[in-house]
Write a protein that binds this ligand. Sequence first.
Ligand SMILES: Cc1cc2nc3c(=O)[nH]c(=O)nc-3n(C[C@H](O)[C@H](O)[C@H](O)COP(=O)(O)O)c2cc1C
Length: 188
Amino acid sequence: MPALKKISNLVLPLPVTLTTCRAEKEDSSTDNIIPLSWVGIVEYRPHMVNINIGKEKYSANIIRERKEFGLCIATVDIMEQVDMCGYTHGNKVDKFEMAKLTKFAAGKIDVSLIKECPICLECVVKSSIVMTTHEVFFAEVINTHVDERFLDGSGEPDIEKMNILGYANGMYFSLGKKLQNLYYSKNN
Ligand SMILES: Cc1cc2nc3c(=O)[nH]c(=O)nc-3n(C[C@H](O)[C@H](O)[C@H](O)COP(=O)(O)O)c2cc1C
C-alpha cells in the first residue's frame, strides 16, 4: 500500500468547531471566532478537551492570555460562515458581524457563544504544550449549552438531527447518518 503524503488532515473524521474568545482592550473588549478541527476529548473526570492552534495566531495569543474559550460545534447549515471565519483574522475584522452569527453570553466565563451552534461548551485552560508550529491547550469544561431543538424525547442530544460539519484533507463533509448504538454487537 502506498504511504499517505501528509497525515495532518487524515485522521478521520474531524469535527469542525467554532472556538470563541474575547480580547480585552483598554476599556473595551472584542469577541473573536476561530474555526478549529484539531480538537479532542482528553479526560472524563473532570471533563477536559484540547484545542490545537497555530501558536502565532491571533486567537492563540488571546487564549494564552485569558485562559478561557467557548467551543461551539458547527453544523452544515453554517458551513459558509465557518469558511469565512477560517481565512479572516480577528485583529482585522469583527467575525461575528461579518458572518452574521448571533452571540449569546456564556454563563461562567467571559466570552460570547454562538446561537446557531447546537452545542456550546465553556472551557477554562488548565495547561498547554507548545509544539513546533502549534500550541495545544488543555481545558476543563465548566458549563454546557444544548439547543433544545436538538434534544430527543429523553433529553439526549439528537446528533443526527444536528447535521454536524466535518473536515478532512481540505474538504468539508456532513458527518452523516446514525448507524447503530455503541456496543450493539454484544446483543447479537
Ligand atoms: C474547517 C477549518 C478548520 C481549521 N482548523 C484549524 C485548527 O485546528 N488549528 C488552527 O490553528 N487553525 C485551524 N484553521 C484555520 C484558522 O481558523 C484560521 O487560521 C483563522 O483565520 C485564524 O483566525 P484568527 O486570526 O482570528 O485567530 C481551520 C480553518 C477551517 C476553515
